[in-house]
Unconditional design. Structure first.
Lengths: 552, 552
């Protein structure tokens, strides 16, 4: 049935092996007590009454440190609540804090929501639930069982708000489901989720130390650790978290240009010769997007040929550099991909670095997908030579399972991000502040306000990397034995994956991506990055593909 | 004492008036029951036992619709839990889902976290707490009372993770505190917070309808409503949510260039004449950053003179356009600011639009800060002429109090975003999908993965806008009566605001920003955008400034 013809780079581990479940070293302290199944429906527990007596009894059994958790730090208020039988149908947003006496309504509302969310979390990991309940856009727009997406002019009650929340989850896609393989970002990490809930509660902004002291320091320490893992001496260098891998890659192109032609910042592209960027034909399209956006032009992004496993051929790079030079253009920048989007291929960084040194070019490594392997003793060799790069993109929100968004651009040369991007806005980056303003990171960014993406990652640092891409065609019985190279065969095979995917989405049982690549017609890309996926889930996917595609 | 010399544009309402508290129309259903103060410490309630009997009794009192809230939709599992006396000191991340039998540990952990978060929310609105507990970077890096920011190689227990969460909040800044006036984004909206918690639980990506069907449609409907408010016929046009106002403004420059010189996308800036952008000397620095990043060069961003209230002088714009044309350059783009960052000034859009039409230029309106006024019958006139703009930036995360990040770039011409940015990546935007792929929005963006920023805003749509900037100097007694125009006076006055701000941060009682602007030495910028702020909080700020600055 399924064949693995296209390639399986990155997958030199059997995807069905223990590789999928990292060893439990340091995680031995499994609580026996957690397995007890007792009492109360989780989806309704937020409406329960509690008595103070029970709290008192409980507190006696807690450790000293744990008691600190519950203490109301730096507040002497002895606020006391009882879970009330809250009817939200006559309550509105205005009844919540900061409304006078809005405290109890706020607590009851948030806890009600948490009941909906934890119920969703529980079901996300439950293989008996569907991955999605697919509907076409027009169906959702028409309104499903009272779920009205239209914006109203009148405020809805808090009850309706809560119903909207439940319905939003109901008609969405469970990206953390053990059988969701559709994207490079999969899984629902509970620690990461906790980090995001806290981040949104803190609701602050990374641009100054002033209003994000803890997060700014966490970012600084984490970037340093990441640079150490890249292998730059003492973890020195520069970096910032950006809204995603495409923006991180865009940063790399900007700073490469600034390094060699700093006057472009003030005078524009006309101050430089015609600049050329090089990247794999298999690389992420964001390099080309950056070329278009930043004024290079997409035609000045030269695509490099790859071998049968999707890796850049260094000789092709050198030949194309020489060709560009011969035309009188300036070869500026090479992107080496560490974990390509479709095949999961790793370009040979050392050989590319040799060429970059020879021609005095900027070397960027796009490890958006593969970056997590830098933390793995076993797989780090795939990044061999990365310490020679000038910049690296690394998205913890992909292989490392950190919730979206979490992407870092790391740079070997200190200060170059600020040099490239600073505009010294007086209302934010006042030089006469009382603290060390080198901690104000905002002027390094192309953004002004910047979301806090660091905390969840900082909290999840312990997570172990794991991943593989396996690409394959499913050949339905009707096509087996036919001449593979005929145009008719290729046309028919090209239609198989989209048909299976459509049926798969209708049935909602699992999700996997497909695409063509170069001369290869549509094939499936199996991403094994979801920590919830077991061998049986991969078997399930294969069985589903066979079931859905058998009669095509 | 405090004088309001610089300006007070945007503040034609008395900031101490009822303007700060929007009228309660449609919000009459205040629950009397919410005011009851009963029972249990909120910071410890997550450790309580519940009994099924209580749940049964409760359910009887709920409405039919509300019962639906608690029903476990599309799951037949009758999972039952009892809140256990959980000791997290021997539990680790690996004990949480997707670990086998990890469900109860996961629920207990998340609920414990929610206890910490709701406690923080409660204190955020409590005027008896500090806005911040300030520490210098070196102090936090050395470790405060056991709060260690360093990343460990060994996994921490869940108890320690929870302690880390509590400490992270403890040493942060309460941006929702009624006395936080430091940034344009202030306040902690409970509905928005609920939206963010749900968004991070859903943890999906906006690039395709496939994995974000509900959110993609919400974005589409919301963008349409926003375009209707701008006044474009039938709300037609284009748009996308971006990671912030700076990126939204960058989009506007990119699409303006694409509109007039589409070949720049493929051939680079050398395919166009020298292009010039125009923006107010008071405008946000992101226009200049975009000019530098996109290859125009910051010198080709011409700054326009303003009147005494910080508004662009149209005659100056026209004179500078003529000057640029005379030099043989091409005037491409004008940014009109609707709510400037420091003064809150509104440029005269209609007069600027006349000039843009005359010279065939792109008109962008940066309403990042002021955009919320488009929803106000009373204040909308400040945006008079906005319907003539080609593009508009509008950040609901500023005046409208939506949690960070939430910024929209809105465009009058349909399809131009995709034209400008699309690269047609085969692995994401397969044309042979089973649904209408015009709903796949990813290729319009300069990003690939894109965080879900829409849901919280959709949920908060009812929120009423409100804002004002009031800029003022505090003149300490030692400077009163001196010659205002002397250099000595100016030097001394320039140091007053930083000194007061430093003392304010040390005491942690309130926060307000300061900056110089043009020839004006450092002054305070009072932002009245925080819905929790009462007249008494503004009085408090003024009193604090007087107290801290009296002896300077």
């Amino acid at each position: 049935m399924a064949t693995s013809e296209p390639t399986a780079t990155g997958g030199d581990q059997d995807p069905n092996s223990a590789n999928l479940r990292p060893s439990s070293t340091n995680y031995d302290a499994w609580m026996q007590g957690c397995t007890r199944k007792l009492g109360l429906k989780i989806c309704g527990f937020l409406q329960k009454n509690n008595s103070l007596g029970e709290e008192g009894r409980l507190a006696g059994s807690l450790s000293e440190r744990q008691k600190n958790l519950y203490s109301c730090d730096n507040s002497d208020r002895d606020a006391r609540f009882r879970r009330t039988e809250t009817d939200f149908s006559n309550m509105f947003a205005r009844d919540l804090l900061p409304a006078k006496n809005g405290e109890e309504a706020t607590m009851q509302f948030l806890l009600e929501l948490v009941g909906i969310l934890t119920n969703y979390v529980r079901k996300t990991f439950d293989r008996s639930t569907k991955v999605l309940d697919f509907h076409h856009p027009h169906q959702l727009l028409e309104g499903m069982e009272g779920f009205n997406l239209e914006l109203s002019d009148q405020p809805e009650s808090l009850e309706q708000i809560l119903v909207d929340c439940r319905d939003t989850l109901k008609y969405g896609v469970r990206t953390g489901h053990p059988r969701f393989f559709n994207q490079l970002s999969t899984g629902l990490d509970i620690i990461g989720l906790a980090g995001e809930w806290l981040t949104s509660t803190a609701n602050t902004n990374m641009f100054t130390y002033e209003i994000a002291p803890v997060f700014v320091l966490m970012e600084q320490l984490t970037l340093k650790k990441m640079r150490e893992m890249i292998g730059w001496p003492s973890g020195e260098g520069d970096g910032i978290f950006s809204p995603g891998g495409a923006i991180s890659n865009m940063y790399s192109v900007m700073i490469a240009r600034y390094k060699y032609f700093p006057e472009v910042k003030t005078k524009g592209m006309s101050a430089a010769p015609r600049l050329v960027l090089f990247t794999s034909e298999h690389s992420h399209y964001s390099i080309k997007k950056a070329g278009a956006a930043l004024g290079f032009g997409s035609e000045n992004v030269v695509l490099l040929s790859t071998d049968e496993r999707g890796r850049v051929i260094p000789a092709d790079l050198e030949a194309k550099i020489l060709d560009v030079k011969q035309k009188g253009y300036h070869p500026l920048f090479v992107n080496a991909t560490a974990g390509s989007t479709v095949y999961g291929a790793f370009d040979p960084i050392n050989e590319i670095a040799d060429i970059c040194e020879k021609y005095n070019m900027w070397l960027h490594v796009d490890g958006a997908w593969g970056g997590g392997l830098l933390m793995s003793r076993k797989h780090r060799h795939k990044f061999s030579g990365v310490e020679r790069a000038n910049s690296v993109t690394w998205n913890p929100h992909k292989m490392m399972g950190v919730p979206l968004q979490c992407s870092a651009i790391l740079v070997r040369e200190k200060g170059i991000l600020a040099g490239c991007n600073s505009m010294c806005a007086g209302y934010l980056f006042q030089p006469d502040k009382q603290y060390d303003v080198s901690y104000d990171t905002g002027d390094k960014a192309i953004q002004c306000g910047r979301h806090v993406d660091i905390f969840k990652f900082w909290l999840m640092w312990k997570a172990k990397p794991q991943h593989t891409n396996v690409c394959f065609w499913y050949i339905p019985p009707s096509l087996r034995g036919l001449e593979h190279n005929s145009e008719e065969y290729r046309e028919k095979l090209h239609k198989v994956a989209p048909k299976i995917k459509a049926m798969m989405m209708e049935s909602g049982t699992t999700m996997v991506g497909y695409q063509p690549q170069g001369q290869k017609v549509n094939f499936f890309r199996m991403v094994v990055s979801n920590p919830a996926a077991l061998q049986s889930d991969i078997d399930f996917l294969i069985d589903e593909i066979e079931r859905l595609g058998h009669d095509l």
